[in-house]
Design a protein. Structure first.
Length: 141
């Protein structure tokens, strides 16, 4: 089955895949969207949270699962039409950054995508303003 994932710096040496950290298991999870439109909407909401602009990439779900197995990640299939929302809080420290420098752990395997989401920059927006921005973005899609 073909699914859609969110990549940062797609097709570069500094490519990273968007993951979520499960607070119970402390494991990273890759979201696999059934719908390109849903993945694009989710990426727009990430961008509203000051993430770099992600690229929506179509890929075979078995490739994603194999990547997850080899890197110790979990995966979740996001059904078409479900309104997945990014979490309000983001990890403090990541293995990937937009400029291409890597943490000591990730420097060992520069070819493989990193498993963390980019750190969200601090914003002066209140939760209400952020929710309004989210709604405006959803209205555009």
């Amino acid at each position: 089955m073909r699914v859609y994932v969110l990549l940062f710096n797609a097709r570069t040496e500094n490519e990273g895949i968007h993951t979520l950290k499960d607070m119970n298991s402390q494991r990273n999870k890759v979201l696999m969207f059934e719908s390109e439109e849903d993945a694009t909407r989710y990426g727009g909401m990430l961008e509203a949270q000051d993430f770099p602009n992600p690229t929506v990439e179509e890929i075979d779900d078995e490739e994603v699962k194999e990547f997850c197995r080899s890197s110790g990640c979990d995966w979740e299939l996001v059904p078409k039409g479900s309104l997945a929302l990014p979490p309000e809080a983001n990890v403090e420290q990541t293995d990937w950054d937009e400029e291409g420098s890597q943490s000591p752990e990730s420097a060992e395997s520069p070819e493989s995508p990193q498993n963390e989401t980019p750190e969200r920059e601090k914003t002066d927006m209140s939760p209400e303003e952020l929710e309004q921005a989210r709604r405006r973005l959803e209205g555009l899609l």
